[in-house]
Design a protein around this ligand. Structure first.
Ligand code: AMP
Ligand code: GLY
Length: 426
C-alpha cells in the first residue's frame, strides 16, 4: 500500500521510519516532510498548507494514497481527516468534531464527566471574577490552562496567584477566550497512546515525557524535551486500568454522541496517590513519546493504522513489543521555547556518525541554498537510542547527542535519569 503521512516533525519522521520498515507498505509520501524524512519518503508540498482539507485531499488523490496518516493536531481540528475520508480514502486521524477532545479542554472535561472518567476538578471561566473565585476554591498550586490549542505551551502551573491571574487574563484576551482552572494533580506523569477505530481500543506501551525545558524540570513548559519507554516503575495493571476506566468509556461516549473517535487518543495521566487521573487528551501521537514507543513496536505499523482507519481493529492480533529500552533526547535551538534561532548548520546526523543502536530523527531542519543541513525550528532533532537496559540506552543516546554539532543548541541531560536510578515511584 501507499501511505501519505502529513506533518514535518520528528514524530512524523518516526512514523515514516516505521512505515518504511513495514513489508506491506510499498511507498511513503510525506507532506511536507523534512530533510531527514526525505531519505525514506517522497516529500511533497501541500497546496494551502497541511491544515487545508482540500489541499491534503488533492495530494492524497494525486499520489494514489491507500492510507493517510495525520500527525499534528492543527490539520485534524481543521477537518483534514473528514475531507480525506469523504474522498473515499482511508484516514488515520479523528474527525474535526472528535478532535475537539484535544482542541477544547472544556469539551474534554465535559466528555470525561459524562463518561465518569477520573480527572482533576476544573472550572471553565470566561471572566476574571470567576477566575478569582476558582483559584480560591481550588487553592495552590494553581493550574491555569488556555482552552484552545497551544502547542503544549498554554498551561501555567504556579504557586504565585498573581502569575496565575496574569496567564488567565492573557487567555481571556484572545478571541472567544476561555480559561480552565484546574485542581493540581500530584504524581509522576505517564503518556499512554490508545488506537481506536471508534469502537475497539488497542493500547500502545506507556512512555514518559519531559515537558520542562531544563534539567530537574526547571524553566517553562515546551512541546517535550525527551522521553523513554518502558516504564519499569509503573504499577502492574496500569494499562488495563486506563483502558477500562478511561479509554474505553471515552471512546464509547464519543460514539454515543455521534462523533466516533478514530485515530490515536493520547492520554496524559498523573499517577496520583488516589490512582490515575487524566491531565489531558490529545487527538494525535505525542512528540517526542512516539519516537520511543515506535522504537519498541515490533508489529508492522502500516497494517495496524490501516485497520484502525477501516474500522477493523478488532481483527488485529496482539501487538508485539521489544523488551529493549528506548530513550529519546530532543536537541533544541537556542532560545527555544521562546523564538528559536534558526539557520545554523547542523552536523553529526548521518547514520555513520551516531552511536550503535542510535539514530537521528529530524524536526526543525531544512537545507540551505548550498545544500547544507540547517536548523529551522525550535525542536531541531530527536536523537533515539535503544539498549538492553535503560542505562545502556541512555549512554548510547547521549553519546549520539554529543556527536551533534549545532551552535547555541541545548538539550536536557537528565532524560530518564531518575528512572535509571530507580527513583521514580507512585
Ligand atoms: P497539558 O497541556 O494539559 O498537558 O499540560 C502541560 C503540563 O502541565 C502537563 O504535562 C503537566 O506537567 C502540567 N499540568 C497540567 N495540568 C496539571 C494538573 N492538573 N496538575 C498538575 N500539573 C498539571
Ligand atoms: N509530548 C507531549 C505532546 O506531544 O503534546
Amino acid at each position: 500500500m501507499k501511505v501519505l503521512v502529513v506533518g514535518s516533525g520528528a514524530r512524523e519522521h518516526a512514523i515514516v521510519r516505521s512505515l518504511a520498515l513495514d513489508p506491506s507498505v510499498d511507498k511513503v509520501v510525506a507532506a511536507p516532510g523534512n530533510p531527514g524524512i526525505a531519505a525514506l519518503a517522497a516529500c511533497e508540498a501541500v497546496e494551502g498548507g497541511v491544515s487545508s482539507p482540500e489541499g491534503v485531499t488533492a495530494l492524497a488523490t494525486r499520489v494514489g494514497a491507500d492510507l493517510v496518516v495525520v500527525g499534528p493536531e492543527a490539520p485534524l481540528v481543521a477537518g483534514v481527516a473528514d475531507a480525506v475520508r469523504a474522498a473515499g480514502i482511508a484516514c488515520f486521524g479523528p474527525s474535526a468534531r472528535a478532535a475537539r477532545l484535544e482542541g477544547s479542554k472544556a469539551f474534554a472535561k465535559e466528555v470525561m464527566s459524562a463518561a465518569e472518567v477520573p480527572t482533576g476538578l476544573a472550572h471553565v471561566c470566561t471572566t476574571m471574577a470567576s477566575v478569582e473565585e476558582a483559584l480560591d476554591a481550588l487553592g495552590a498550586p494553581h493550574v491555569v490552562k488556555e482552552d484552545g490549542l497551544a502547542a503544549g505551551k498554554g498551561v501555567v502551573v504556579t504557586d504565585d496567584r498573581d502569575e496565575a491571574l496574569e496567564h488567565a487574563r492573557a487567555c481571556l484576551a484572545k478571541e472567544d477566550g476561555a480559561v480552565v482552572i484546574e485542581e493540581f494533580l500530584s504524581g509522576p506523569e505517564v503518556s499512554l497512546f490508545v488506537l481506536s477505530d471508534g469502537t475497539t481500543v488497542v493500547p500502545l506501551t506507556p512512555a514518559q515525557d519531559f515537558k520542562r525545558v531544563g534539567d530537574d524540570d526547571a524553566g517553562p513548559n515546551t512541546g517535550g524535551m525527551g522521553a523513554y519507554s518502558p516504564l519499569d516503575w509503573a504499577p502492574e495493571g496500569l494499562v488495563d486500568e486506563v483502558v477500562t476506566r478511561i479509554a474505553q468509556p471515552v471512546i464509547d461516549e464519543m460514539r454515543r454522541r455521534g462523533t466516533p473517535f478514530a485515530g490515536v487518543l493520547f492520554i496524559g495521566l498523573a499517577l496520583t496517590p488516589r490512582g490515575p487521573r487524566v491531565i489531558e487528551f490529545n487527538a494525535r501521537f505525542g512528540d517526542p513519546e512516539t519516537q520511543v514507543v515506535l522504537a519498541r513496536l515490533l508489529t508492522p505499523l502500516g497494517g495496524v493504522l490501516l485497520a484502525a482507519a477501516q474500522g477493523r481493529l478488532e481483527e488485529v492480533p496482539a501487538l508485539r513489543w521489544s523488551a529493549e529500552h528506548a530513550v529519546t533526547v530532543v536537541v533544541a535551538a537556542q532560545s527555544y521555547p521562546g523564538t528559536p534561532r534558526t539557520g545554523d548548520v547542523v552536523t553529526g546526523t548521518d547514520d555513520a556518525d551516531v552511536a550503535p543502536a542510535a539514530y537521528v530523527l529530524h524536526a526543525g531542519t531544512a537545507l540551505d541554498d548550498e545544500g547544507r543541513l540547517v536548523s529551522a525550528g525550535g525542536r531541531v532533532l530527536s536523537v533515539v537510542a535503544t539498549g538492553e537496559s535503560l542505562a545502556q540506552a541512555r549512554e548510547r543516546v547521549y553519546a549520539a547527542v554529543a556527536g551533534i554539532g549545532l551552535e547555541g543548541s541545548h538539550h536536557r541531560t537528565d532524560i530518564a535519569l531518575l528512572a535509571e536510578q530507580g527513583a521514580v515511584s507512585v
